[in-house]
Design a protein around this ligand. Sequence first.
Ligand SMILES: NC(=O)c1ccc[n+]([C@@H]2O[C@H](COP(=O)([O-])OP(=O)(O)OC[C@H]3O[C@@H](n4cnc5c(N)ncnc54)[C@H](OP(=O)(O)O)[C@@H]3O)[C@@H](O)[C@H]2O)c1
Length: 314
Amino acid sequence: MLALRYHSIGDLAGLGLEDIPVPVPAAGELLVRIRAASLNPVDWKVATGSFRLLVRGGVPRTMGSDFAGEVTAIGSGVTTFAPGDRVFGFIDPFRRTAGTFAEFAAVPAEYAHRLPDDLGYRDAAALACVGATAVTLCNLGQVGRGSQVLVNGASGGVGHVTVQVAHARGARVTATASAARHEFVRSLGAHSCIDYRTEPMDRWPDEFDAVLDCVPNIPRAVQRRLLRRRGHYVTTVPSAATFMLDPLANRCGGVQRHGVLLKPDTRVMNELLGYVAQGRLRCAIEREFPLQLARDAIERSRSRRVQGKIVLVI
Ligand SMILES: NC(=O)c1ccc[n+]([C@@H]2O[C@H](COP(=O)([O-])OP(=O)(O)OC[C@H]3O[C@@H](n4cnc5c(N)ncnc54)[C@H](OP(=O)(O)O)[C@@H]3O)[C@@H](O)[C@H]2O)c1
């Protein structure tokens, strides 16, 4: 089968399509014929060495974490899926060396979700990781009816779904995006927009209940200014401070800081699929690429200018 692999971490020079054996699913895993995968920044960040301390398993690695396709075989102990089932989800890019930018991938059953009949492979692959991230951001930020929410980076993969989830929960959403994309984020449910290129952060309105930082780039002092007392700041890229300092600081009151650490969670996926079924959430796909042009797709993602998502069709 074809797989997009790399043999060293640091740059993408050695990244290329290789013909390798189809994996055999281990206990608790499904073998999935991948039909579509979507690109997340973490895929190339792992390959270029941004997360050296977190990455397990060495090289070679097959890139990719989101997937959608059909189950072709199951490992021992799997009772929840059978060959022929249509599934989607994401795998842990830090721990799995065999990613999803390939014709087949073995995925742990708990990371797979049944695909509703009316959701196509491309839309599902686009949604998996960013959708779970968006709902987790809103959960950690305690976003609900009437919440005043700032979504920073609202036109990107995570941001554009976060706007929709917060809006669907009844929040009033302020979105940051470059001016050309304000109409896009308004169409997703944002009530007001800030052009982060011309409006410095110290002039952004304050008194938010939650700041959901999908860039993320808001300094701690600015977080404090933007938020009401005991408001929530949630980042998509947790740091050492998120785990060591913030849990203690949160107990003292003031800004409550959290970071998203994705785990498979059926409730999170069900919330997303509920919005999709109600027509209240859609993933905007900026462009689709065949697996053979994955390098071009990665370059586009590395520009940090993608509106919505990039999908690989396999
Ligand atoms: N913890 C997790 O599990 C998890 C999951 C998913 C993603 N992440 C992380 O979350 C971050 C966002 O991921 P993503 O998939 O949304 O990335 P993305 O799709 O590449 O984001 C691109 C968007 O970022 C916007 N942007 C760039 N610089 C900005 C700035 N200074 N202010 C506001 N917006 C800015 C751009 O908006 P304009 O075009 O309008 O300028 C563009 O639309 C990444 O660092 C990713 O690694 C973490």
